[in-house]
Design a protein around this ligand. Structure first.
Ligand SMILES: [Zn+2]
Length: 286
């Protein structure tokens, strides 16, 4: 199996000046779309399993499906399975037991000391097992799975808190709030590039950009130049999948062959993933 620790994968990208796409998968079809896109682009990738997918499908079935599809499609590019936005230490441990290669504890809704305490505990386990660990400081706006952060509550991460959090937790890569949001943007986002550069200079670690869907391509490229090495993409992939299915049903309203309908979604989503891989510069880096 071509699995690689998130720590290794993200640091390699960071040092070489490209970013890893962390693509959210929800079921068999979306896992397949991500894996085939990565193989065609010869790109290392992260497959993210988020809270919504875990609630609906179960962590273990999704994890097993990744194993099976990698084997079935003879995927040879480096793959890292990442737990996205976990809000429980216990769930992070469950993911480690299920052989995820990267864990995110999101304590951004907690007070600072509690966020530090639990994130550090997850990092300690990740270090012992050779896994990658991501933490979050500052609140990223929008809706992710079951959690909504009002735009007025979304906070731009300060350099001081980023540095303090990074040093005290030892986290391997750091999610910060620099003007992106989860979900669909109401207006075009404008990333806070000065703050991103200041944070990167201070912490000297790879930065993670959440809410990567809908950020204009030129801003994504600039963010990667300034130290972003992991970019989370979910919304645009779901849009790609569903738009593909809807277009098929508009043309073939009576097509009840489920596999054919799903294939149009897979093909459409796969093209979105391939575009993102090229944009992030990870194509050909397998
Ligand atoms: Zn996120």
């Amino acid at each position: 199996m071509p699995y690689v620790s998130g720590n290794t994968m993200i640091n390699e990208a960071w040092k070489s000046g490209y970013a890893i796409g962390a693509f959210t998968a929800h079921n068999l079809e979306t896992i397949k779309a991500v894996l085939l896109a990565a193989q065609e682009e010869q790109s290392p990738i992260m497959i993210q399993i988020g809270q919504k997918a875990i609630n609906e499908m179960g962590m273990k079935p999704l994890r097993n499906a990744i194993d099976s599809l990698i084997e079935y499609h003879q995927i040879s590019v480096p793959v890292c399975v990442h737990l996205d936005h976990s809000r429980k230490f216990e769930q992070c441990m469950e993911a480690a037991t299920c052989e995820f290669q990267s864990l995110m504890f999101d304590g951004s809704a907690l007070d600072f000391e509690e966020n530090v305490r639990i994130t550090k505990a997850v990092v300690d386990v990740a270090n012992a097992l050779g896994l990658g660990a991501e933490g979050e400081i500052g609140k990223i706006g929008g809706t992710e799975d079951d959690i909504t952060v009002d735009e007025k509550d979304a906070m731009i991460t300060t350099v001081g808190e980023a540095l303090d959090f990074s040093q005290r937790t030892g986290v391997h890569y750091l999610a910060v709030s620099i003007g992106t949001a989860h979900g669909v943007y109401k207006t075009t986002p404008q990333l806070k590039f000065d703050r991103l550069s200041e944070i990167k200079e201070a912490v000297q670690k790879p930065i993670v950009l959440h809410g990567g869907s809908g950020v204009p391509d030129d801003q994504v490229i600039e963010a990667v130049k300034r130290g972003v090495a992991k970019i989370n993409v979910d919304t645009e992939l779901r849009q790609g999948f569903i738009d593909g299915v809807q277009a098929h049903w508009q043309a073939n309203a009576k097509d009840y062959v489920l596999a054919d309908v799903m294939n149009t979604g897979i093909a459409s989503m796969k093209e979105v993933v391939r575009h993102k891989i090229r944009l992030f510069g990870s194509n050909g880096k397998a």
